[in-house]
Design a protein around this ligand. Structure first.
Ligand code: CA
Length: 217
């Protein structure tokens, strides 16, 4: 299971990473809010540990962006133990809240408790997307996509189990100034499904509405 660890204090980040890895978790690090938003993948991360006070984009903004993409459990880390903060965090959809200074052992215990409670990790085992290289692999084999097909797939993949309208897809992938119509989306989905082969079933049609990247738990 992979955890996204968002903390700008390098020393604390390294200590937490060490403890989590010792318990068998894989840890991906982010040192500021923008890096966290960039790296977060609902299909990839089982849980997020998120500091509130971060450079570039604070933890609350990052939490909002995570919640736009799904239900991945989030543990917030804060320097203050104020109740308003806690209530605000839970309102935004945080799953747990730890006040600094944190004990790495406590974090590990909370991580385990939350994963036990939520009990699921969404996976798309047949499909891997390498965002840095803009490459897509189905069952380990690289497939060749056009730029728009890639962007459409990534847009769906990053919003698992959320029904997306054709309009949302058109605006999200082609942009608001694009003068195409919904058939553009349908045509690209058709090509994408053909190229995805065994991984095609992740893309479900939502009748009369749009599409959904559906993954099981
Ligand atoms: Ca901080």
């Amino acid at each position: 299971m992979k955890i996204l660890l968002v903390e700008d204090e390098e020393k604390l980040r390294k200590v937490l990473k060490l403890y989590l890895e010792r318990e068998g978790f894989e840890v991906e690090e982010a040192a500021d809010g923008e890096e966290a938003v960039e790296k977060f993948q609902p299909v990839d991360h089982s849980l997020v540990i998120l500091d509130v006070m971060l450079p570039k984009k604070d933890g609350w903004s990052v939490l909002r962006r995570i919640r736009e993409k799904g239900e991945t459990p989030v543990i917030m880390l804060t320097a203050r133990g104020e109740d308003e903060d806690k209530i605000f965090g839970f309102d935004l959809g945080a799953d747990d809240y730890v006040v600094k200074p944190v004990s790495p052992k406590e974090i590990v215990a909370r991580v385990k408790a939350i994963l036990k409670r939520t009990g699921k990790k969404i996976t798309a085992d047949n499909l891997q997307i390498d965002k840095a290289a803009r490459e897509v692999y189905v069952k380990g084999e690289k497939i060749s996509l056009t730029q728009k097909e890639y962007e459409l797939l990534l847009y769906l993949y990053e919003r698992p189990n959320i029904a997306l309208s054709r309009e949302q897809l058109l605006n999200g992938v082609w942009g608001y100034d694009f003068f195409g119509d919904y058939r553009t989306v349908d045509a690209h989905i058709k090509n994408l499904r053909e190229k995805l082969g065994d991984a095609r079933d992740y893309i479900k049609t939502v009748r009369g509405y749009g599409y959904k990247f559906e993954v099981g738990s």
